[in-house]
Design a protein around this ligand. Structure first.
Ligand code: MN
Length: 335
């Protein structure tokens, strides 16, 4: 069996932390961030970690965390601005109606981008900051001036990009915590990134980080959306997990649902020679976090190999005028 050709990272927020959702946050005993890095490092499962500022790293703990990561040969792929989990962000961050909150969000994104730049300079990771518009959305009719809020998000991101040299990737999600998150579908995210790139006059600094569970929540076809992002040259990162279609954001272990849909994602990654990272974003509220990483990576490896086995057949089929897909599934389900 071939190993995955991509580097793997894991979000530190789900390694034996409170995490969970609003019902399950008491299911686990939280361990300190340093211990989480050691657990991941000892497991030798991943090449890097992802952190939120200030939830898993602050400007004060930055150097200490860098040193621990280095001890375990782990890159800090991403310092992501945390724009949720705080009372001030109850009505959004970049699009909050409160000017002070918007300022705070901008400052936090810029600080995260500067931390990433520092990491990148020293070959320790720091590829981009992830922007997830958590409470930047609409829940009730009449709660927002949508036009103004979309503008605030776009202008806020532009300001961050103009004040630093760092990169930003958008992680879109259709809902939760807002009933409808701004720019929450792949199409909207593509439009946003196109606009930002045009304004900046640079297409290398803004991209998209699709998360499989978020796409499934939106009832998207994984292969369709991923191929679109690759075609647009916007696939800067990938967040891996799964969930029930149109379901809650349960961030389940990769491969436990939507198996062949995810195999198709690997098909498009190979076809476009994807050469960036695969980041695990799980929510192991009952299961052991490290073992959940192991199961997910093993599942991804099995899916990747399944895709390799079928690659030529799939290519022949989709590039030809053949119309009966049973050809591929006869191969898959041959006894
Ligand atoms: Mn994610």
């Amino acid at each position: 069996m071939q190993k995955l050709p991509w580097k793997i990272s894991a979000g530190l927020w789900f390694i034996e932390s409170r995490g969970g959702d609003r019902f399950t946050s008491q299911f686990k005993k939280e361990i300190p961030v340093e211990e989480r890095i050691k657990l991941l490092g000892d497991s030798q499962l991943v090449d890097g970690i992802e952190l939120h500022l200030p939830y898993e790293v602050t400007e004060d703990t930055f150097d200490k965390i860098r040193n621990i990561a280095k001890d375990f040969n782990l890159k800090i792929l991403v310092v992501t601005p945390g724009l949720f989990n705080e009372m001030e962000f109850k009505n959004g961050a970049l699009s909050s109606p409160n000017r002070k909150t918007r300022k705070k969000a901008l400052k936090r994104i810029i600080t995260a981008m500067e931390m990433n730049e520092e990491l990148k300079k020293n070959d320790e990771g720091g590829q981009f900051a992830i922007f997830w518009a958590a409470a930047d959305g609409t829940t009730y009719p009449f709660d927002s001036n949508h036009i103004e809020k979309r503008k605030l998000i776009k202008e806020g991101l532009l300001e961050c990009l103009r004040s630093t040299k760092g990169n930003i990737v958008i992680e879109h999600k259709p809902s939760d915590p807002a009933a409808k998150t701004y720019f929450g579908t792949t199409g909207e995210a593509i439009l946003l990134v196109r606009d930002l790139r045009k304004e900046l006059g640079d297409s290398t600094r803004v991209g998209i980080n699709p998360e499989m569970a978020h796409l499934l929540m939106a009832d998207a076809s994984l292969g369709y959306d991923i191929s679109y992002l690759l075609e647009e040259n916007m696939l800067f990162h990938t967040h891996w997990n799964t969930c029930r279609r149109r379901g809650a954001d349960t961030d389940m272990m990769v491969g436990t649902d939507n198996f062949y849909e995810t195999v198709e994602v690997f098909y498009w990654l190979k076809r476009f020679n994807y050469d960036r990272w695969c980041g695990l974003d799980l929510m192991p509220k009952n299961e052991d976090s490290i073992e959940a990483c192991r199961v997910s990576i093993n599942a991804m490896t099995i899916m990747y190999n399944k895709m390799l086995e079928l690659y030529d057949k799939i290519t022949d089929f989709i590039d030809s005028e053949r119309e009966d897909v049973t050809e591929i599934f006869k191969l898959i389900f041959k006894i």
